[in-house]
Design a protein around this ligand. Structure first.
Ligand SMILES: Nc1nc2c(ncn2[C@@H]2O[C@H](COP(=O)(O)OP(=O)(O)OP(=O)(O)O)[C@@H](O)[C@H]2O)c(=O)[nH]1
Ligand SMILES: [Mg+2]
Length: 412
């Protein structure tokens, strides 16, 4: 309930003022003639007969009266006149009000110290959340640092994250900027759809142990045989360093009914390539050797000798750690790589590290495998699909983490 006492020159004016100030639903509680004209007491949300409402009316009127008196007291010309009429309790209240206006209270030094400490903490927090730790020279805005963090969640290399974030146009909100970042990611990821399935060619697959080189060759050969016939394919293995290593490829060749040769037992690689000159598709398998292995350089130089006649594709298993993939790239890049193949997409939970290698080294992605089955689990890559998948994996990882965190918090 709201109560108001209104004084006007005549009753009409008083009623108009009531409607203006309290609305058309206001109820007139009393009216009387006074020296200045008419005084009207009106209320909104008033329920007659209610003792509590009546008491509330009295309380509000008393307060209004006191307020008016205080206002008059604060006017210098009227202060002396009114002083005599003010009761002692009210005088004390007025005194307090005056003191407060005259001397705004200053926080004590302890309070100041606390506030300045909090400001310092806030400043440090802001500074610590700005900028890439990899590039101290280039400060980032809050939005950029949030986007940079999202790139990390996707598993991107800091160098690529830096490049992406610095190219973004400022946007009104984080999600719009993130959409922009995903588009740039897609543009940065080089994809080359080699015409191997239509036209054939000479390809050698290199990469770390167990990456899926031989299995991928089996898939490629099988798909090609289905389309062009067994006589159009030849398989060559360089893997004669490990006991029975070439058995796997030999078995594939037998099942598919295609020609199979070994280097150097059946001749040097250039000689073997001449022997299978009629085959439309020639696939060369290599042994997964550690870079410290003495045969590693030997095998690599055999491939280098073929020059551009053989396209070398680096097989990167998506299940490997980012740092391992980087090292693999460093070891094999001297073979003059034409592109890369991502394997084991079906077992992978973070695509960013392999995508970073392709993007930063400008090494086109040529094929993706997503299972061990021959010939089905081999596909042409699409940058947009891979980027979307990479983001989904990051989101999935984020939603999984809070559970163990909560469980951990409960133990403390
Ligand atoms: N889940 C899954 N497994 C795969 C994929 N590609 C290959 N594999 C499996 O990975 C294992 C190793 O595959 P290989 O083709 O022998 O690997 P490699 O690179 O030839 O290995 P090395 O000759 O020892 O260097 C095998 O068990 C394959 O079935 C894939 O895309 N997904
Ligand atoms: Mg193999």
């Amino acid at each position: 309930m709201k109560v108001k006492r209104i004084t006007a020159a005549n009753m009409q004016q008083a009623l108009r003022q009531v409607t203006q100030e309290l609305g058309s639903d206001a109820v007139i509680l009393s009216s009387k003639k006074v020296d200045q004209g008419f005084e009207v007491v009106a209320a909104t949300d008033y329920q007659s007969g209610d003792a509590e409402a009546q008491a509330e009316v009295e309380r509000q009127l008393t307060l209004q009266r006191e307020l008016e008196q205080t206002r008059r007291q604060l006017q210098p010309e009227a202060s002396e006149r009114a002083e005599a009429q003010v009761p002692p309790q009210q005088k004390a209240r007025e005194q307090k009000v005056r003191e407060q206006f005259a001397q705004p209270s200053a926080p004590d030094s302890g309070e100041l110290r606390r506030m300045s400490g909090e400001l310092k903490e806030l400043k440090n927090w802001l500074v610590s959340h700005q900028g890439s730790p990899w590039d101290q020279e280039r400060p980032m805005t809050w939005q950029q640092s949030q986007l940079w963090q999202r790139c990390q969640d996707v598993g991107l290399e800091p160098a690529w994250s830096d490049r992406l974030v610095s190219r973004l146009q400022p946007a009104d909100n984080l999600d719009d900027s993130w959409r922009q970042a995903l588009q740039l990611m897609e543009q940065d990821l080089p994809v080359a759809n080699l015409p191997w399935l239509e036209q054939g060619g000479r390809y050698a697959l290199l990469g770390p142990t167990g990456a899926g080189k031989t299995t991928t060759i089996g898939k490629m050969a099988a798909q090609f045989v289905i389309r062009h016939g067994a006589e159009s394919v030849a398989l060559i293995t360089l893997d004669n360093y490990r006991i029975a290593a070439h058995d796997q490829l030999k078995t594939f060749a037998k099942i598919l009914g295609v020609r199979w040769l070994r280097a150097p037992q059946d001749g040097t690689l250039p000689e073997l390539l001449k022997k299978v000159a009629k085959a439309k598709l020639v696939l060369i398998d290599s042994a997964g050797l550690a870079s410290q292995d003495p045969h590693f350089t030997e095998q690599l130089s055999m491939l280098k000798d073929c020059g551009n006649a053989v396209k070398k594709l680096l097989v990167l298993p998506l299940t490997s750690q980012g740092r391992c993939l980087q090292e693999n790239y460093e070891h094999f890049k001297s073979a003059a790589l034409h592109g890369c193949i991502f394997t084991k997409l079906d077992e992978c939970f973070c695509l960013g590290p392999a995508m970073s290698i392709a993007a930063l080294a400008r090494l086109p992605l040529t094929l993706v495998t997503d299972g061990p089955h021959i010939p089905d689990d081999l596909h042409m890559p699409e940058a947009s699909k891979l980027v979307r998948l990479a983001e989904q994996m990051a989101r999935m990882a984020r939603t999984r983490w809070p559970v163990p965190e909560a469980a951990y918090a409960a133990l403390r």
